[in-house]
Design a binder for this molecule. Structure first.
Ligand code: BEZ
Length: 213
């Protein structure tokens, strides 16, 4: 079964580099990012885990918990973590799930047999405080992900959750956002008392609201 946006992120229990984790309990009603790696001791994954460790303060600032997954045992993860610290100049500072029997990979559809029948592809799942999937992303094993893009999506999702706005193409923090079509002009007057710019009745831009979380 393919997981779709709005589905509850499947719960699981697993050994990680930071101890045993029950996923739903671990998220504690926070936003969360779960992302998978094909295998331990692989070059692209090594750079990705370093990149996320460097960005940890940015995830913390947004109230987002981060957890990685690789289909190898936790003892291998611990040895690999030393390599990550040595080569990327930063220690792993979030849990890395061990999924040697590929149970979680199967639950989330992280294995795409026509690409590779044993290794996971590079999947990303953003989970909301309601435990529902807000984003799913699938990259090939050979392409390292852009984690600034993941942070950009989290900013957009959090604005939508709190302010009934959407974000336009290539939006960056501080730029104008879009009033969602389900908000009438009358409702918008209440929500955005300082006004907005109407380009078309369905295309209304407003200054980025201040984040409340
Ligand atoms: C890597 O992480 O470097 C990688 C893993 C599987 C296939 C290709 C690259």
């Amino acid at each position: 079964m393919t997981l779709q946006l709005g589905d509850i992120a499947p719960d699981f229990e697993a050994d990680t580099t930071e101890g045993y984790v029950r996923f739903h309990e671990w998220t504690e009603g926070s936003w969360a990012v779960l992302f998978s790696h094909p295998k331990d001791f692989t070059p692209v994954c090594t750079t990705e885990l370093g990149a996320v460790a460097k960005l940890r303060p940015e995830f913390d600032r947004r109230g987002v918990k981060v957890i990685g997954l690789s289909v190898d045992p936790v003892d291998d993860h611990r040895v690999w973590a030393n390599d990550i610290e040595e080569t990327q100049g930063v220690a792993l500072n979030f849990p890395l799930i061990a999924d040697p029997d590929r149970k979680i990979a199967g639950l989330y559809g992280m294995i795409h047999p026509n690409a590779d029948d044993t290794l996971t592809v590079r999947s990303v799942y953003i989970v909301g405080p309601d435990k529902k999937l807000k984003l799913t992303l699938t990259y090939p094993a050979s392409t390292g992900r852009n984690f600034d893009e993941i942070l950009r999506v989290i900013d957009s999702l959090q604005l939508t959750a709190n302010h009934s706005v959407a974000t336009p193409a290539d939006w960056r923090r501080g730029e104008d956002v879009i009033i969602v079509p389900s908000v009438s002009d009358e409702q918008a007057r209440e929500k955005f008392p300082t006004g907005w710019k109407t380009i078309k009745p369905y295309l209304r831009f407003v200054a980025e609201p201040q984040k409340t979380d």
